[in-house]
Design a binder for this molecule. Sequence first.
Ligand code: HEM
Length: 118
Amino acid sequence: MAILVMILLSVHALAGVFWVGSTLALTHSYFEVTPKLFRAQMGAAVLAFAAGLALWGLVIRGAQGPMADTLAFGALLAVIAAGVQGGMHRSNPVRAQRIAAVLLSVTVICMVIAPYVR
Ligand code: HEM
């Protein structure tokens, strides 16, 4: 069980780091460049989300309180960010990355501070 949680946490963090890192980098890119990473970003988003949901089921397990609320808020912002990236990737991909970068930065903050929120 501990091994499974460690594997899921590693997959979750790696996929999340790629998603957030590429989003932050692409805020400084051009219209032509941004769509090239779209599929990889969405793949990482799906992986981060799936591993995050599995962790929720294994670690949080219905617990309520400030930690769960903080994780849930961060996850909600990540889902909105994916929607923005998916919805705007043809019309205005660089702006999509910029909006998602703000949302995903707050997601990362929520994920890492969650265990300490009282
Ligand atoms: C997409 C929706 C997401 C969901 C449902 C989700 C869910 C979770 C859950 C339940 C945990 C707690 C695991 C534990 O306590 O063992 C966690 C931790 C973590 N998440 Fe997410 N997460 C999401 C997105 C992200 C993203 C985009 C990142 C970006 C890097 C991220 C980074 C992290 C990190 C680094 C931790 C470990 C925090 C720590 O234990 O100090 N998550 N996540």
